[in-house]
Design a protein around this ligand. Structure first.
Ligand SMILES: NC(=O)C1=CN([C@@H]2O[C@H](COP(=O)(O)OP(=O)(O)OC[C@H]3O[C@@H](n4cnc5c(N)ncnc54)[C@H](O)[C@@H]3O)[C@@H](O)[C@H]2O)C=CC1
Ligand SMILES: O=C(CO)COP(=O)(O)O
Length: 339
C-alpha cells in the first residue's frame, strides 16, 4: 500500500508534526502535491488522517487531503527528500530511527544541541551520514505559513546549486519562496541565536522598558549574532538576510513567538519553570541559551545579552537586576575593532 502510494506521487516527507512541520506539510501540499508527515503521537496520526487537523500543535490549520500522516518513520525512508522538523534537542534521537539513505535532508529546527554544543548539521552528519544536507530557515510563523500567507526563507544547500536544482521545485510554492544560499553555518546560527534574543526582547516587553530598549536590544543582539557567526565561519550577508536579521525582527516583535512570550513571562516575574510548566510547544531559546553562553565563554567571546538570558533562565537573578547589570557595563565603541 505504502509503496503503491509512493509510486503514485509521494516525493517529499516531513519528520515532525509540531506546528512548524504541520505548516510546512500544508505549504508543500498547497498545490496538490502528496506529502507524508511523520508524527510521534499516535492520536495525532489518527486525527490528521481523519479530520485533516492538528489540534495538539496547530489548531488554526485545515490541512489538504494530500497530507498523509504516519507513525512509522521507516515509511519515509524511500522518499528522495525529507524535511526534519523536530525540536533541536530531539533531532539526533529521531533521525536514529530513520533508515540511512542517499536523500536530501532539509534541517528546519532552530537550535544548538545541549551537552554537545553541536549545530543541527553536525547532529545530522552523525545520525544520517549518507544524506545531502540543507538548512531551511527564516521569518516563518507556522500559523501564517499554514494559512498560505506570503513567506520567504533561506534554503542553504551543502550540495550547492545542484542540490538547489533538486530541492527548490519540491519546496517553492507561489506563497512560499526559498532563496538560495550555500552558507549552512550562517543559516543555522541565525535561527539558533535569534531565539535567545527573542527571549531578551520579551523580557523588555514584560518589564515595560519601552520601544527604544527593544530596538537597542535587536541591534546589539544582532551584533552578538554576527560576532558568534563570523567566528564560526558564517558569512555576514547570510546573517543580515532572512534567516538572521529577518527572523530576529519577526520574533522580537510579537507574542506569536513562543520565545518572546517566554521572555515576557520572565519579565513579568515568573520563573522559567513557571513559564514553561504544562507547555506542549517548544521555546527553543530556553535550551539554546545556556549552551550558547557556554560556547561564547569557551571562545572568550563577549555575548552579554545571551549571557543575561542564560542567567535569567537559570534563576540566578531577577529580570530587573539582570537588565541593570547589562546597562551598567563599561561604555564601548559600537563597531567591532578589527584584529
Ligand atoms: N512554530 C514555528 O512557527 C516555527 C518553528 N520552527 C522550529 O521548528 C522546530 C519544531 O518546532 P515546532 O514545530 O514549532 O514544535 P511544537 O512546539 O509545535 O511541537 C513540539 C514538537 O516536539 C515534539 N516532541 C516532543 N517531545 C519529543 C521527543 N521526546 N522526541 C521527539 N520529538 C518530541 C512533538 O512531537 C512536536 O512535534 C523548532 O526548532 C522551532 O524552533 C521554525 C520556524 C517556525
Ligand atoms: O522561528 C519562528 C519564526 O520564524 C518561531 O518563533 P518561536 O519559536 O519563538 O515561536
Amino acid at each position: 500500500m505504502t509503496t503503491l502510494r509512493q509510486a503514485q506521487g509521494e516525493r517529499i516527507g516531513v519528520i515532525g508534526a509540531g506546528a512548524w512541520g504541520t505548516a510546512l506539510a500544508q505549504a508543500l501540499a498547497s498545490d496538490g502535491s502528496e506529502v507524508v508527515l511523520w508524527a510521534r503521537e499516535p492520536e495525532l496520526v489518527a486525527e490528521i488522517n481523519a479530520t485533516h487537523t492538528n489540534s495538539l500543535f496547530l489548531p488554526s490549520a485545515k490541512l489538504a487531503g494530500s497530507v498523509r500522516a504516519t507513525g512509522d518513520i521507516a515509511e519515509l525512508g524511500a522518499l528522495p527528500a525529507l524535511l526534519a522538523v523536530v525540536p533541536a534537542q530531539f533531532l539526533g534521537s529521531v533521525l536514529a530511527g530513520l533508515p540511512d539513505g542517499t536523500r536530501d535532508l532539509v534541517l528546519c529546527a532552530k537550535g544548538i544541541e545541549a551537552g554537545s554544543g553541536r549545530l543541527m548539521a553536525d547532529v545530522a552528519r552523525d545520525a544520517a551520514p549518507a544524506a545531502s544536507l540543507a538548512v531551511l530557515s527564516g521569518p516563518t510563523f507556522a500559523h501564517e505559513v499554514a494559512a498560505g500567507l506570503p513567506t520567504a526563507v533561506t534554503l542553504a544547500c551543502a550540495g550547492g546549486e545542484a542540490q538547489w536544482a533538486r530541492l527548490s521545485p519540491l519546496i517553492a510554492r507561489p506563497a512560499f519562496r526559498p532563496y538560495y544560499s550555500d552558507d549552512l553555518i550562517g543559516a543555522e546560527i541565525g535561527g539558533a541565536v535569534k531565539n535567545v534574543l527573542a527571549i531578551a526582547c520579551g523580557v523588555v516587553e514584560g518589564l515595560q522598558l519601552g520601544q527604544n530598549a527593544r530596538a537597542a536590544l535587536i541591534a546589539r543582539g544582532y551584533a552578538e549574532m554576527l560576532r558568534f557567526g563570523l567566528a564560526r565561519g558564517a558569512r555576514a550577508e547570510t546573517l543580515s538576510g532572512l534567516c538572521g536579521l529577518g527572523d530576529l525582527v519577526l520574533t522580537c516583535s510579537s507574542t506569536s513567538s513562543r520565545n518572546f512570550s517566554l521572555g515576557k513571562a520572565l519579565g513579568e516575574g515568573q520563573s522559567a519553570a513557571e513559564a514553561l510548566a504544562g507547555k506542549t510547544s517548544v521555546a527553543e531559546g530556553a535550551a539554546t541559551a545556556p549552551v550558547l553562553a557556554e560556547l561564547a565563554r569557551a571562545a572568550n567571546m563577549d555575548m552579554p545579552i545571551v549571557e543575561a538570558v542564560a542567567r535569567l533562565l537559570a534563576g540566578e537573578a531577577p529580570a530587573r537586576a539582570v537588565v541593570s547589570e547589562l546597562l551598567a557595563r563599561p561604555l564601548k565603541a559600537e563597531l567591532e575593532r578589527k584584529a
